[in-house]
Write a protein that binds this ligand. Structure first.
Ligand SMILES: [Zn+2]
Length: 266
């Protein structure tokens, strides 16, 4: 039949289910005329597509991929469609064309698959390093919590009563462990003004040494505070007192307000 040739180029895409509705309707209308040659070609193309699906490392290409493949194949075909380089249809046997088409499709598909796999590997690596970082943070937090518990519970910790001065009569309790650091806990602590924090200071014994700035905290909604300093700036023996002032958020290098609480270390 004369008009078969115009359908031959569409049969691969038809078998892949990648034709525009218009083109598909045209192919189906032609097949409906009972053209045995084209029906056979469709059968072969379907076989080829099923072989492609077997050869592919995963299931058959998704609909989206088929669409992309055919776009690529068409673009390729158009870019080579100059009359002087276009071989005549009869110069290329059908079986060769299908073999080349199959290899082309498979090569595009495997390249796409490799790119997708690389993406997945990269995402998995990102996720793994994120999980490792979270794990490391959790381990550090746990180690910190254990040290805090040691400071609070070990009978060898030195207890320091912090007395409120000025308008804060509540007392806080501090415990200093020679190895694990200093913990300060308090209850019903008045909230500092907005954008302010309570800042801890270590006051050295040595004359003329300035107070050393340390941790900052804001009480929780119920007024509880918990400060933990794992590595105080001076040893217990070299520290005269610890004190707390209210400072702007971010803390100060030097106390800018009167002491709210303080306690003698030794
Ligand atoms: Zn036909």
């Amino acid at each position: 039949m004369k008009n078969c040739d115009q359908f031959r180029d569409l049969i691969e895409a038809y078998a892949l289910g990648a034709l525009d509705p218009q083109e598909r309707a045209a192919v189906e209308a032609h097949l409906a005329t009972g053209c045995l040659d084209c029906a056979k070609a469709v059968e072969e193309a379907r076989w080829l597509v099923s072989q492609l699906a077997y050869a592919a490392p995963e299931a058959a290409p998704s609909d989206m991929l088929k669409g992309r493949l055919m776009q690529t194949v068409r673009a390729e075909a158009q870019s080579h469609a100059k009359p002087h380089v276009m071989p005549s249809k009869s110069a290329i046997p059908f079986w060769l064309w299908t073999a080349v088409a199959a290899l082309l499709l498979f090569s595009i598909y495997s390249a796409w698959n490799a790119r997708r796999l690389q993406d997945e590997i990269r995402q998995a690596n990102d996720r793994a390093s994120q999980l490792l970082a979270e794990r490391q943070k959790a381990e550090e937090d746990l180690a910190d919590a254990k040290r805090q518990a040691m400071v609070m519970m070990d009978p060898s910790s030195h207890k320091i009563a912090l007395w409120g001065e000025h308008a804060h009569p509540e007392t806080l309790e501090a415990k200093w462990h020679s190895q694990f650091g200093v913990c300060i806990v308090g209850d019903k602590v008045p909230m500092p003004s907005a954008n302010h924090v309570l800042q801890l200071w270590f006051i050295p014994k040595k004359e003329g040494m300035p107070p050393m700035p340390s941790a900052m905290v804001r009480p929780d909604a119920s007024g509880k505070i918990m400060i933990y300093v794992s590595a105080p700036p001076e040893s217990m023996d070299d520290t005269k007192a610890i004190a707390i002032t209210e400072e702007p958020a971010g803390g100060s290098g030097w106390p800018t307000t009167p002491i709210l609480w303080s306690g003698n270390v030794t």
